[in-house]
Design a protein around this ligand. Structure first.
Ligand SMILES: [Zn+2]
Length: 272
């Protein structure tokens, strides 16, 4: 396969570690050009540090470190404000002036499309329409990403997602032995991410488990500290031997392929 260019579009630093790090490391190892674009610096993420510019700077540094570990050739931040989350997990009332969620979709799409055109990108990853678990900035990544691919004429658009079927089964099983915090409702996962039948690409990234784990660990501001409910902190606690199995697959939906297509590589399905 001749080298191609893949642009991974994410909302915040650390989203790449959770959803697409294995695929990024794999493509880079295969000789493809891998570009990472985030919409925001994640300055309103959960951390020991107060939300704000300083946290944003720290998180961008962590992003560069993660990107280097994964073999990225270029990292860009579109510079929008992290919209944050309300305590209920929805759109926060107090948002920065340039919050990504309030951004003009067309203007944001043009900024991303400029990078896609400059890179002559063959592939763009965005999120599923639900924005995974529903963070407003993640929903916006879907909208902006889809439009940007249209403007730039990017051939392949993959929605990075999680196969929610085993996730829901696992959470229900875990709920029998482990008491989740009261605000954690397993039922919300029944409509999050994507059902197995919609997934077109199942990418085996077990060989890149070490890089994926290192990428997660690079986001230290999100992974350390006393708050053990943080997603990254919880995931880093998965014992190393199990890690390959738990994080060994990354899932994508390509909407212009028939659902039920079972492809193994992001560039599979490339028109002949
Ligand atoms: Zn995020």
């Amino acid at each position: 396969m001749p080298p191609r260019t893949a642009v991974f579009f994410h909302a915040h630093p650390d989203d790449e570690a959770l959803l697409t790090a294995g695929t990024m490391a794999m493509l880079a190892a295969e000789g493809h050009r891998v570009v990472l674009v985030v919409a925001t610096a994640g300055e309103r993420g959960l951390a020991e540090m107060e939300p704000g510019d300083e946290l944003g700077e720290t998180r961008l540094k962590e992003l560069y470190e993660s990107a280097a570990l994964l073999g990225c050739a270029r990292v860009e931040c579109l510079g929008y404000g992290d919209s944050g989350l309300s305590p209920q997990g929805g759109v926060a009332d107090e948002r920065p002036d340039n919050a990504f969620i309030d951004a003009d979709t067309e203007a944001a799409a043009k900024a991303l499309a400029a990078i896609l055109q400059e890179e002559r990108a063959d592939l763009l990853t965005i999120y599923d329409p639900a924005g995974g678990y529903g963070h407003p900035d993640h929903v916006q990544v879907h909208r902006v990403g889809r439009r940007a691919a249209k403007i730039a004429g990017t051939e392949i658009v993959l929605e990075a997602t999680v196969n929610r079927d085993p996730l829901v089964r696992l959470l229900k099983l875990a709920g029998k032995v482990y008491r989740f915090p009261p605000e954690f409702d397993v039922r919300t996962f029944e409509s999050a991410y994507s059902p197995g039948e919609a997934i077109t690409h199942r990418v085996n990234v077990r060989r890149y488990a070490r890089q994926k784990r290192a990428s997660m660990a690079a986001h230290a501001s999100q992974a350390s500290g006393g708050d053990s409910d943080r997603t990254l902190a919880v995931m880093l606690k998965v014992p190393r031997p199990l890690y390959r199995f738990v994080f060994g697959t990354e899932w994508y939906v390509r909407r212009d392929l028939p659902p039920g297509a079972r492809l193994r590589h992001p560039f599979d399905g490339w028109p002949a």
